[in-house]
Design a protein around this ligand. Structure first.
Ligand code: SF4
Length: 199
């Protein structure tokens, strides 16, 4: 549930919120039944508490309607793509969150989680089309990733790209000259051929 409420908030903040919700209500089913205003207060540390609360309530309610409880164990019997498609029928869940659920939970499936930094770097490197959204980037990248990569490898790759996006390949400024992946990057190579002034 951390992914559902976590848009624009740091993971640690969303983890604190989910821990508090479970501590106060005892179960996700109880959270689903609770009045929205009541747990919006608990989510006040999220960047957008009202939006997070509404998304969480909608998502939990939909799971209870489909499954009778907040229980996703049936997904472990499904192939990864089918499991992700099922998750994406829930309100507030698109490819980034379904991938997160598959990759970083007990499902432990090797699935690439693509967020803003990751997508931007892949676009600049020329590995996905320049305007690719998360789903398009996911569809372009998954087939070319090494088959032997585990869920932990996918997660490490994601964290390393996030770091690169916060250091060298920022949204509004790139430091291609010092970037460790420049030899493999279309944008970086183009800047190198254009000369030192291009960065
Ligand atoms: S070389 Fe430049 S554009 Fe390419 S990933 Fe590095 S910082 Fe980004």
């Amino acid at each position: 549930m951390q992914g559902v409420i976590g848009a624009r908030s740091k993971t640690i903040v969303s983890n604190t919120s989910t821990d508090r919700l479970i501590a106060d209500y005892g179960s996700w089913e109880a959270v689903a039944k609770a009045p929205l205003e009541e747990f919006t207060e608990i989510l006040s540390i999220q960047t957008f508490p009202e939006l997070s609360a509404q998304r969480l309530k909608d998502c939990l309610t939909a799971i209870v309607e489909k499954r009778g409880a907040v229980d996703l164990r049936h997904l472990s019997n499904l192939p990864t793509e089918e499991a992700m498609d099922w998750l994406e029928t829930l309100p507030g869940i698109a490819r980034k969150i379904s991938a997160q659920i598959m990759n970083t939970s007990t499902f432990d499936r090797p699935v690439m989680v693509i967020e803003g930094h990751h997508r931007r770097i892949m676009q600049r490197m020329g590995l996905v089309p320049p305007k690719a959204d998360t789903l398009r980037a996911y569809n372009a990248l998954m087939p070319v990733l090494p088959e032997e990569w585990s869920a932990a490898d996918m997660d490490e790759h994601h964290l390393l790209l996030k770091k690169l996006g916060q250091s060298h390949c920022r949204p509004s400024r790139t430091d291609c000259a010092a970037c460790p992946v420049r030899p493999d990057c279309e944008t970086g190579r183009a800047k190198a051929s254009a000369g030192p002034a291009a960065g």
